[in-house]
Design a protein around this ligand. Sequence first.
Ligand code: 26V
Length: 809
Amino acid sequence: MFSSKEVFKEEFIEKLESMQGKTVEEATNIDKYQALGHMIREYSNKNWMATNTCYFEKHEKQVYYFSMEFLLGKLMESNLMNLGVRGVCEEGLHELGIRLDDIEAQEPDAGLGNGGLGRLAACFLDSLASLHLPGHGCGIRYKYGLFEQKIVDGYQVELPEYWLKEGNIWEIRRSNLAVEVRFGGEVRMEEQNGRWYFLHEKYESVLAVPYDVPVIGYKNKTVNTLRLWSAESNIRDFDFQTLNKRDYHKILEYKRSVESISELLYPDDSNHEGKILRLKQQYFFVSAGLQSIIRSYRKLEDTLVDFHRKVAIHINDTHPALAIPELMRILMDEEGMDWDEAWKITVQTISYTNHTTLSEALERWPVDIFKPLLPRIYMIVDEINERFCRELWEKYPGDWERIHKMAILADGQVKMAHLAIAGSHSVNGVAEVHTEILKAREMKEFYELSPDKFNNKTNGITHRRWLLNTNPRLAGLITETIGDRWIQHPAELLHLRKAANDNSFQERTAQIKQQNKENLARMIKDKSGLLVDTQSIFDVQVKRLHAYKRQILNVLHIMDLYNRLRANPNLDTVPRTFIFGAKAAPGYHLAKSVIKLINTVAAKVNRDKTIQGKLKIVFLENYRVSLAEKIIPAADISEQISAASKEASGTGNMKFMMNGAITLGTLDGANVEIHREVGDNNIFIFGLTVEEALSCYAGGGYRAKDIYNRDLRIKTVLDQLVNGFFSDDGVQFNDIYYSLLTNNDEFFVLKDFSSYARAHQMVDDAYRNKKRWYEMSIINIAHSGKFSSDRTVSEYAEHIWNIHPVTIS
Ligand code: 26V
């Protein structure tokens, strides 16, 4: 089909005709995008079927990655690349007068995630398939992805993101595989032949319909499945014979309430709120996913006694933790197992990753919501809790405090992290320091109880998307220099070390960075009209907006730099362009204020001619995967400046490093490991360490006001938040000021300020020596192989899931 560009052209023209009834000349870019998309999917169907058959026939153990979020971004480019047909398509299209880039630009991002956790899930899927591993995704097909961000007068405005308006070319709806999920109602117990049966009655029935998306491995035959569930009404349940007008309204109301389950992605990734709809979402996809896994399993086996030998289920944070009681329910109520056997199988099937230590993000569901919504599941959770507390009592007799602290049900709440730990055989953190913090603090008692469950799996990113696809020129240079084995074996990027000091390699790396910066500058000009100096340092902070990520530290430093430049326009600094991209949760007022502040400072600084163009600030609207792909290859500096101990890992840090940006960061999350890889001389580290931060929290001796009173630079910028210095529109930033001073600066912004400013000075000094700079840059690229998700996923496969590569024939 894609054997030559001639064949491709013929098929493409045919596809346009059959799908759209149009010729190449008549077709719009959307038409062409859809035609090409369908061709690719059809092309991959053979291998998709072969993969499924192969797993089935070999009865391979498979892993299912359960996640509320899959932040896929666009799929056209990576699918073409992974299928190895991008060249043929590009040439064929070119001969038809079509630019592949124009077609790819039509694709909407699949923004089914908030940030790091969702993007990690997407990277893992790519690595699973590319490593021939039998592993699939299970999630929700949200009708609306993460909101679209507009900036109006410097403020964030949220618009609904209806990504499905032109349909989704990558999915196949499989209505024949729909399953029922039950909510509410009552549970009646009945004894028959000495056994208790639990009968769920008067429940609301929801139909879960799967949409399957192929996950295509890199130049192999593996095509795994991402199964996304959509909620639909189960109208069959209604008695149409006796339908009257009031019932009709009831049906509509029921339909609306059911469809709301998969309507939208919750846009908050930092603050747990006990919203009933979110709990519904969680049970909805977990129950549907488990039912479909068990249905396929049952085609091969009569009983589920060996389930855990053939199926691994991974829960991405606690959001899918109801998989534990749901699997128990199925094993007991539907398969007739007794508790102990069901529990053994459940624990051996499930594994859990923790992605945050922020206590406000920990999920705790009020029993008052949980119990009426999921009555049978609640009974099971209650029993899990009973038995768990009894076990604790035996181990720690009399230690009520500890038992209360560890209980799954306590204070009228279901503690999802406790459920997840108790019900799984493996618990992992996502970077070394993060795992150590879990063991020593957040999960200390659980670690003492079962130390063997705990392990670390440092995050990774797919180098295929984040280097090969997004930075083709750099990827080409690497291949030219060390061959192409790095694509399959990213650790081999290390061979670049020997080129780090090579003049010509440095120059070519520099040229590529320059081209990427010029592309980004063009985009900035198109989007905002702002001209940026491509000789300046592109200093980038793109990530969700959160107090702990400290965008505010970055802004305060920019304000200070501006003050210094105004005082002395001849200040000897390398010109800087500070680039931001960030979405704030719609209800997170402080975060939204920071966006307004960035834009306010930008407005004043960018039009100030007296500073001789030495400073520019850009806030790029609607940060998302596809925008990241344009920004990251152009970055010189990667800002990873979270308050120590707060960022579990970070994955943006890895993407920047892989594209030759130098990290300016704290020793937090995976920065610690990046630092270890590249060494002191190839990274700019500043600020408190995790130990210092933790002892500062514990000791409580920190007083932000003292620093304010002592340090004039800091006092000046803080005062500028509230004295109208930057705002033409009279807006003041009292909330930010308050959080730093009155609220005593929870994230050590003032404490780290001077160390951060010194690190910036070091960046300035270092950039003047281009040879040394590109040596640093190349060393970063060379050491980024460790942070490929291929490494991460292999570790999960070997140590947690016990799955093995399968070559598809
Ligand atoms: C949390 C919550 C809290 C309750 C409300 C809804 C909601 C939705 C999503 C989340 C996820 C927050 C956790 C998260 O994204 N953690 C990030 O995970 C990345 C991948 O492991 C890691 O690199 C980041 O450091 C970590 O912040």
